[in-house]
Design a protein around this ligand. Structure first.
Ligand code: PNS
Length: 161
């Protein structure tokens, strides 16, 4: 019997969007277990605390093969400890490419056994990012179609709307 394939899907998730949810579902097509890994030191001034982000992800993505964890330090160290062999990242547009390519090569340099896999999100979610969601929500725009209802509620509470 072959070993379970564990994929780690890292990010800031500040907050999780429908785009992230889509990538988790796509990852489950080839991974036996997906660990959504919230980097606590990646964003200097996040809108949501690590605990809030973890709780929102757990509400938005509830699946027996999905684990939601936070990590500090290097992603490759976390992935190694978690027994992951794959790093999943989404590629939305050409503008993502340079940063993602750099990160993938650096991670490979640090840990050659880890393979980065880029997934293309659903067409209608390709324009979506956490930063745009935060900005639109901050100024009272409607993001209800772009995030899980729990995230929508949390954004409304944050911005006092
Ligand atoms: O959602 P983001 O902010 O684009 O995710 C970036 C993230 C968290 C994946 C990246 O910053 C990261 O892996 N941080 C952990 C520290 C690390 O390993 N840095 C070296 C990456 S080559």
């Amino acid at each position: 019997m072959s070993a379970a394939r564990v994929a780690v899907y890292p990010g800031s998730f500040d907050p999780i969007t429908r785009g992230h949810e889509d990538l988790v579902s796509r990852s489950l097509r080839f991974a036996d277990k997906v660990i959504v890994a919230v980097a606590v030191n990646a964003t200097k001034q996040p809108l949501f605390s690590p605990e809030e982000r973890l709780a929102l992800i757990r509400e938005a993505v509830s699946h027996p093969a999905v684990e939601v964890r936070s990590f500090e330090g290097l992603l490759v160290d976390f992935a190694r400890r978690a027994g992951a062999t794959v790093i999943v990242r989404g590629l939305r547009a050409v503008s993502d490419f340079e940063y993602e390519f750099q990160m993938a090569l650096m991670n490979r340099n640090l840990e050659p056994a880890l393979e980065t896999v880029f997934l293309v999100p659903a067409f209608d979610l390709t324009y979506l990012s956490s930063s745009l969601v935060r900005e639109v929500a901050r100024y009272g725009g409607d993001v209800s179609q772009l995030v899980h209802p729990a995230v929508f509620k949390a954004l409304k509470q944050k911005f006092g709307k």
